[in-house]
Write a protein that binds this ligand. Structure first.
Ligand SMILES: CCOC(=O)Cn1cc(-c2ncnc(N)c2C#N)cn1
Length: 286
């Protein structure tokens, strides 16, 4: 699929195009990444499901944004080219802030390793006795800087956020990110999903704070099935566990190009994305 729009940015699983008139087109592909590799086999409808989920979250979170005098960048998810119908968002072009705003309600992944070394995640000190998968006493703000394509984001402390955006804006980013996470986690929990953590991005438009990017999707967040939550080991991913388990069983070395996924793993993974959408929104994915 080629859009006759100028490409602004290409990520592992998404592209950003210039839609003209201070608008951008965010296009979600059906690509899936695992173990830091983009897999060769697409997951049918993944782009559409995650786009429609973002659209739903923007609506659910609008009241939280309003409490902070903020808005979001979504203009339309229907006024998009037919070739990307359902998996593209027309958004306002923002002056993006150079901070990946991460909120964590649970300890996992790189956070756990750092906690085990230092008792903290960067400058956020945590209580003793936590293990992989533990719920934190309170959600915490653990920002990072945007890495170049293919690189890992670098975790930064709050002082660095202040140096990047100023003290007042830094405080606003922390409080708003935590408020969005709390509301998302509450809605997800009612749907049987643990929202372990999430990454949101903000920009400015006319000096006002605007929520950008995708929001609270399984690509920007860790979704765990609440029914299997059990601190003390890596938690199963709501959406990627079939892929991870098959890749591990395939003997793939995680360095060479990843193998194609078998049809049954593709189908089961597609069903997990649809299930996440239907459980969260309470509506059927079409
Ligand atoms: C290919 C993946 O890269 C990204 O999505 C990161 N990115 C965000 C922008 C952006 N720039 C201005 N205004 C916006 N509303 C947005 C948004 N969202 C560009 N790249």
């Amino acid at each position: 699929m080629t859009l006759d729009l100028p490409l602004v940015a290409r990520g592992k699983v998404r592209e950003v195009y210039d839609a003209g008139g201070d608008r951008l087109l965010l296009v979600a592909s059906d690509r899936i990444s695992a173990y830091d590799h983009v897999l060769p086999t697409p997951i049918p409808d993944k782009g559409r499901v995650l786009t429609q989920l973002s659209v739903w979250w923007f609506d659910q979170l609008a009241p939280v944004l309003a409490r902070f005098g903020a808005t979001h960048h979504l203009l339309s998810a229907t006024d998009v080219p037919a070739s990307v119908a359902g998996r593209a968002m027309l958004v306002r072009r923002l002056d993006m802030l150079p901070v990946e705003c991460v909120a964590r309600g649970y300890l996992s992944g790189s956070g756990t390793r750092e906690y085990e070394r230092t008792g903290a995640i960067v400058d956020v000190v945590l209580p003793p006795g936590l293990v992989e998968g533990s719920q934190l006493p309170e959600p915490v703000f653990t920002p990072s800087t945007k890495a170049d394509v293919g690189e890992h984001d670098e975790a930064i402390d709050f002082a660095r956020v202040v140096s990047l955006v100023g003290a007042a804006r830094a405080e606003e980013l922390r409080e708003l990110t935590l408020a969005l996470y709390r509301r998302g986690a509450e809605i997800a929990r009612d749907a049987g999903i643990v929202l372990a953590d999430t990454k949101v991005e903000f920009g400015l438009s006319g000096g006002a704070l605007v929520l950008g990017d995708e929001v609270l999707t399984p690509d920007s967040s860790r979704f765990w099935p609440a029914s299997s939550w059990s601190p003390g080991a890596a938690q199963p991913s709501f959406d990627k566990q079939y892929v991870r388990d098959w890749l591990t069983s395939s003997g793939w070395d995680r360095v060479s190009p990843p193998p194609e996924l078998p049809d049954d793993v593709v189908a089961a993974t597609r069903e997990r994305y649809v299930a996440a959408y239907e459980q969260l929104t309470g509506t059927s994915f079409r």
